[in-house]
Design a protein around this ligand. Structure first.
Ligand code: SF4
Ligand code: SF4
Length: 302
């Protein structure tokens, strides 16, 4: 059961240099309110452990079929798991000698995470520290708050990497323990935002105003060709960000590095329909923000 002292995370990554200033340890919270069509982290969308199956590792050893209580596994690596039957018991993970199955996501305590974060303290220097990312960290607000609070108590700097889509009361509580927010902004038009992410941008824009008044905030702009890179949208974004006194805009061109994760989860990769953005489009987008006086990066923190 989840409490403020336990949460479900997808991963902890160490020595990250793009998730806030300096060298950072990034904790990926599982669960997200959005369903962006281009999401690079599909393993973070659901707030429970999931099963990866890596077809190229499967040697048809067959032990997994014997232990599966749901009869969900077949011999052939293609179409190996009937996901509708799978109960996520993870028995197949334990018996495969080739690690073709992997549990992605686990229940952890605040103490366990903070112990990992503290191990890297010698590398943080003046700027580095803990970043909470996702998914959406505020999908598990109590757990996220405790991680940030405990980190600050230990003198470790904190960054919150968020979609902006959560209750303001939760942000208000969490920002007391946050040194910097990396806030996603995906589209200024509510209908287009809904089309690309499954939710309206209304709450996000309202929260952006409040978050930027409360805490140092940098904007992360995922740049998706044909979705949000029109001049009209980029100018509307720049004008909104001027009004709320943002200094930095980090432009994140769409990449397809998450494609294999879709395969491992038995999902269809979205990247055949959404192509990668070309260099000219990225340069044009950056020029708009530069003309408006923003400091920009392609990627983050370079
Ligand atoms: S996790 Fe799913 S596929 Fe694996 S043994 Fe359990 S029910 Fe079968
Ligand atoms: S907000 Fe981030 S984690 Fe959530 S669906 Fe969109 S890209 Fe994925």
């Amino acid at each position: 059961m989840l409490t403020i002292n336990t949460g479900i995370i997808a991963d902890i990554k160490k020595f990250e240099t793009h998730d806030g200033p300096g060298i950072r340890t990034t904790v990926f919270i599982k669960g997200c309110f959005l369903r962006c069509k281009w999401c690079a982290n599909p393993e973070t969308l659901e707030a429970f452990p999931q099963l990866y199956f890596v077809p190229k590792r499967c040697k048809s050893f067959g032990e997994c079929i014997k232990v599966c209580p749901a009869g969900a596994i077949s011999m052939l690596p293609d179409n190996k798991i009937d996901r509708k039957k799978c109960t996520l018991c993870m028995k197949c993970v334990d018996v495969c000698p080739y690690s073709a199955f992997k549990q992605v996501g686990s229940l952890v305590t605040v103490d366990e995470v903070i112990e990992e974060v503290e191990k890297d303290k010698p590398f943080y220097g003046l700027d580095g520290g803990l970043t909470i990312s996702g998914g959406e960290p505020l999908y598990q607000p109590g757990f996220t708050r405790e991680l940030l609070k405990r980190s600050k108590e230990k003198g470790i700097s904190t960054v919150l990497d968020t979609t902006g889509y959560a209750k303001w009361e939760d942000y208000e509580d969490i920002l007391k323990y946050t040194d910097m927010v990396l806030l996603d902004l995906k589209h200024m038009d509510p209908a287009k935002h809904m089309e690309g992410t499954g939710v309206s941008n209304k709450i996000i824009l309202e929260n952006a105003k409040l978050i930027s008044k409360t805490c140092e905030t940098r904007i992360s702009l995922p740049l998706i060709s044909g979705f949000n890179n029109s001049n009209e949208n980029l100018i509307a974004t720049a004008e909104f960000l001027k009004k709320i006194n943002i200094e930095w805009v980090d432009i994140l061109p769409l990449h397809s590095l998450g494609a294999s994760k879709y395969e491992y989860l038995g999902l269809t990769s979205p990247y055949t329909e959404i192509g990668e953005i070309n260099k000219e489009e990225v340069v044009e987008a950056r020029d708009i923000f530069t003309r408006y006086g923003f400091k920009t990066t392609i990627g983050r923190m370079i």
